[in-house]
Design a protein around this ligand. Sequence first.
Ligand SMILES: NC(=O)c1ccc[n+]([C@@H]2O[C@H](COP(=O)([O-])OP(=O)(O)OC[C@H]3O[C@@H](n4cnc5c(N)ncnc54)[C@H](OP(=O)(O)O)[C@@H]3O)[C@@H](O)[C@H]2O)c1
Length: 218
Amino acid sequence: MDRVLGIVGAGKLGTTLGLAASDADWQVLMCDIAPAEVVAMIVETMVPQAQLVSLPELVARADIVMLAVPFGLSGQLDYSLLDGKVVLDPMNNWPAVDGDVAELHGWTGSTTALIAARNPKMRIVKTLNHLGYNDYAADARSREVANRRAVAVAADDRGAGELVAQLVDDIGFDPVPVGLDKAKLLEPDGPVFGRWLDAASMRQLLLVSAAGSGSDRR
Ligand SMILES: NC(=O)c1ccc[n+]([C@@H]2O[C@H](COP(=O)([O-])OP(=O)(O)OC[C@H]3O[C@@H](n4cnc5c(N)ncnc54)[C@H](OP(=O)(O)O)[C@@H]3O)[C@@H](O)[C@H]2O)c1
């Protein structure tokens, strides 16, 4: 247990991935803005091996900080704490949940590019956003299984991408590393969102789609 995953947001995705990571022998830290006794009960029930800590402690101790909060509320986080940290962005913009996000007016890039702009010193990785939370429990398979369900890992920082790909592998999925310019292809309405793909099919689909108009142009 030498890797530490810090999860901000103890909701559906955060608790599911927290349990998967702790089952895969990662140390899991969690924090949430809900009242302390409510979060304590959720974490104790859903991710019993996890430790509930404050956001500053989580950031200080985690090798990976996952922002598992609603995208529409993500602007309220203190990004200044995240200098130099590997930050995993699994968020999607869901207008029905997130409402009208003013920062997206006129924004044509990925939501991850918008998150990254909040602190350019973060080592940002986009992944784990394109499957439903229940898929991470249902479709996880051990490494020995050929052609597991694939999960794209979009990063420009090689070390950050490799560390997060290790997490994806450890929780039972085949990581497909791509550049951060492909982040938009992983988002809702993108070609891989919600689909069951093995690694080869996903690589091919992202390659073909990138040749079209779906990826970030910056
Ligand atoms: N659910 C999925 O299947 C799925 C799949 C892929 C990606 N995602 C993405 O993952 C993110 C989380 O989704 P979810 O379904 O897990 O949402 P959720 O069940 O609503 O959980 C979000 C959690 O974040 C907490 N939170 C909100 N603002 C916070 C803050 N500033 N600091 C700490 N905690 C905060 C919420 O607390 P309160 O309840 O007290 O507000 C809630 O416990 C979203 O961006 C979503 O698009 C979800």
